[in-house]
Design a protein around this ligand. Sequence first.
Ligand code: AMP
Ligand code: MG
Length: 407
Amino acid sequence: MSMISKKDALHIVLRNVKEIGSEKVKVLFSLDRVLAEDIYAQSNVPPFDNSAMDGYALLASDTKKSPSGLKVELDVIEDVPAGYVATKNLARGQAIRIMTGAPIPCGADAVIMVENTNINGRKVEILKEIRKGTNIRKTGENIGEGDLVIKKGVLIRPAEIGLLASLGKKWVQVNKMPQVAILATGDELVDPDHKLRPGKIRNSNSSILYTQILKCGGIPIDLGIACDEAKVIKEKLLSGLMADMILVSGGISVGAYDLVKDILAELGTRMKFWKVAMKPGKPLAFGLIKGKPVFGLPGNPVSSMVSFEQFVKPAIFKMSGRKHRLQPLVNAIVMEDIRINPGRVHFIRAKTIVNNGVYYTSPSGPQGSGILRSMSQANSLIVLPENLSFVEKDSNVKIQILNEVLE
Ligand code: AMP
Ligand code: MG
């Protein structure tokens, strides 16, 4: 199988993964999930006409100055705080003190804000003429009964949680979160809490992948470490089939002990690609094993992370029902010269700052694909197209921001 472009590879991945169904969850647990039903309002919001201000409910016609120029004074007959209903009907010449959110008393057709009045015992002086309807929030002004309020497919954020709460919803149908199994391969690997014996290193990829999966809304399942032995890898791989997607880390390159590709083939995996024209992350396999997506990720931690970001995350997003699957590239000014070998898309770990609304970026350290430290010092990736060999200081580049907030 020949090397394919990053763009083609992403198309292939997205074409081959599907949504995995939906489930009912409590509204408070639906944050960051995708709505799997249309939400219609069963009632009006607000449920009654109410005051938008602290002030006095009255008849707008009572706020007009008489031709003789006498001051306008009304009798205050009641007091309605929010949460209560006035017991009296309002008639001409009367006012009811009202707080924001309280229901408009019967007979009133406007609310004058307290700042435009003077209170004198049980009388209130009106300092401003207002029109009918002033400061009244009408029944159903936010949402009318029967309205389609939130459409299927929307990503649920605190605003949507609030809408669901105001509509009295307790449960909501959302897309399922895909379960993603992780298998690390390599005779050299030991668990992070193990002592290192000669020749061994700690398995960092499983922990990275586990948390990358969590961050994009998947449910990680750690299958542990398989040594570089076909039988063991096969067994563990098969145990991962209970998940919705499988990630195999390492063993996918061309070394003598890189067995994963052959094992996947033996298990009947329909391989879609094996090598992608990108750096880091060239060895990257993708296929369908018994209909489930499987990624063979490069063993080098940074290659694995970058490949996850470019392919696995969009796949998890699609499986979770999310519509927007790619971090948009934005413009930045590069603060030093960068030299690269053309022929592959490059993802340069970079530290980006924002100054006066403009992004400035520079490589965050040595770019070897095993050097996790410069990934830790990066908050973004500079994305350089295939045909480039040199980027001059102060020129414009595209970056992909990795953090939610630049730090
Ligand atoms: P491989 O793709 O298996 O040839 O591995 C490439 C490099 O990544 C080797 O130096 C491995 O030791 C290293 N590597 C592979 N798997 C892991 C892992 N799970 N954690 C940390 N490093 C790894
Ligand atoms: Mg290996």
